[in-house]
Design a protein around this ligand. Structure first.
Ligand code: NGQ
Ligand code: ZN
Length: 465
């Protein structure tokens, strides 16, 4: 059977088009994207507002959704220095220490429903809490990973599952801290976990990849062996890594190896289009050029990077090298694809004292340019065919709410601009479709209330423990 939808305006990879007829098959794959269709086939529904591609969320730690908003008071690092990323991490570890499988599933399910309502149609889950609270593997070693897969399937969001390899507390293979006990795995145990997870991932159309947590957490030998093991399972599987997020991490890497993290990685691993360099905030000019040329995606998480005081990625330098990028909500202090784009552009404006920094010659309207770039980069990072409104891609898209006060009466491109820059922290998403399935109607997922109630309940239970 074929399915169709007619969109008077749609954002295609080449830009805005009129009278677009979308056709997809039972597998949810677009089989035709036809602009300038004078008369759609009889019975075809018409989108009530501009159609935009669904946004892949390329970086998520789902459990952190239940901690969002709870670390916004001044504390201190153990050494007496100012509150920072590292003191936040101590609080986050304390929170992660208590989490159980049912709570993780409830939090992730609520979060994924929120993501769908906010225009994300796929998520890359960077999953590192593997073991029970005492640090022992669960009887089924994949317990928590399966909870995430179930949450994604129930919500109807696409998933790339990235089990995280974590072995050390710092460069040079420093022994892990007590607070990291739930994350630690040998390389062999990681490869067994990947073998275990491959069938359930395949069964729900999820992509399985691997995430070496960071160069801090994975010694060189383990990195090499894990990547070789991954290749044996799937030679094109995505690989994500946190890198060069904090200056302290850069300094420690230089002290250990004489090289900055991104330079070290480029010299010691075959970084290519399978890779997503999450954050990559602190690179020198040479690293920007080399990493961009590798074809890897920069995984930018503007709200979290701001929240944690990471620094500002130099997007013009990255784009000058034809670097690819996408967005992630990471710690979920913000779960809104449009706001993430806004924050990214604003960081660039503040740093450069210019405007419309992320626009391009081909696409001078910045919101449209950013949406297209982030969808393409996000799809590459996800390792799934979710790269926008084109034949062969999955039918993942959102319809803007043309009746939202900020959008009413505008042309389609300006509606997207208003959605990104002027929706006043409300959502101007009306409908969302994933793999051709209508998941969000009138801004709400069918199980919105239940999913959010479950999230809130799991958070309350965790906080009272
Ligand atoms: C994480 N999050 O793994 O959740 C990290 C913090 C770390 C971000 N980097 C822990 N945003 O990097 O050691
Ligand atoms: Zn992260």
């Amino acid at each position: 059977m074929t399915h169709t939808l007619f969109a008077p305006q749609a954002l295609l990879p080449t830009g805005w088009a009129q009278d677009v007829l979308l056709t997809w098959n039972d597998q949810g794959q677009l089989t035709q994207v036809q602009p300038d269709t004078a008369t759609p086939p009889e019975g075809t529904a018409t989108a009530a507002g501009p159609l935009i591609p669904g946004m892949p969320n390329l970086h998520s730690h789902a459990f952190q959704r239940a901690l969002a908003g709870l670390t916004e008071y001044r504390g201190q690092n153990a050494d007496g220095s100012q509150d920072s990323f590292w003191s936040w991490r101590t609080l986050m570890y304390r929170f992660a220490a208590k989490l159980g499988p049912e709570q993780l599933e409830a939090i992730a399910y609520g979060l994924y429903v929120e993501m769908l309502e906010a225009g994300y149609t796929a998520v890359c889950e960077f999953h590192y809490v593997h073991h029970d609270p005492s640090g022992r593997p669960y009887a089924d070693d994949a317990t928590l990973a399966r909870a995430l897969l179930r949450a994604a399937r129930r919500a109807g969001i696409g998933m790339t599952l990235l089990p995280v390899l974590y072995q050390a507390s710092g460069f040079g293979g420093l022994p892990p801290h007590e607070g990291q006990r739930r994350f630690i795995r040998s390389t062999d145990s990681m490869l067994r976990l990947l073998e275990t997870l491959k069938p359930p991932c395949d069964a729900q159309g999820a992509r399985l990849g691997l995430a070496p947590h960071s160069l801090r957490a994975v010694p060189p030998e383990a990195l090499r062996e894990a990547l070789a093991g991954l290749d044996a399972i799937d030679p094109t599987a995505p690989i994500h890594i946190h890198i060069a997020e904090q200056t302290q991490e850069v300094d420690a890497c230089v002290a250990w190896s004489g090289q900055r993290p991104v330079a070290w990685l480029l010299d010691h691993a075959e970084v290519n289009t399978r890779w997503c360099l999450v954050h990559a905030t602190h690179m020198d000019a040479h690293e920007y050029a080399r990493a961009a040329a590798s074809g890897a995606v920069a995984g930018l998480c503007p709200s979290t990077e701001g929240n944690l005081g990471d620094g500002i990625f130099d997007l013009p330098a990255w784009v000058a090298g034809a670097g690819r990028w996408g967005i992630g909500s990471d710690s979920h202090t913000c779960v809104n694809a449009a706001e993430e784009l806004m924050l990214l552009e604003y960081g660039q404006r503040l740093a450069t004292r210019q405007r419309n920094v992320c626009a391009s010659a081909a696409q001078p309207q910045v919101a449209s340019a950013m949406a297209l770039a982030a969808v393409q980069g996000g799809a590459q990072a996800a390792g799934r065919a979710v790269g926008g409104l084109a034949t062969g891609q999955q039918a993942d898209f959102a319809v803007l709410d043309a009746q939202h006060p900020s959008l009413q009466g505008l042309n389609a491109a300006d509606m997207l601009s208003a959605h990104v820059f002027a929706s006043h922290r409300s959502s101007a998403i009306d409908a969302v479709w994933v793999a051709g399935q209508h998941r969000v109607h009138g801004g709400r997922h069918a199980d919105s209330a239940g999913a959010i109630a479950g999230l809130v309940q799991a958070r309350s239970a965790l906080l009272s423990q």
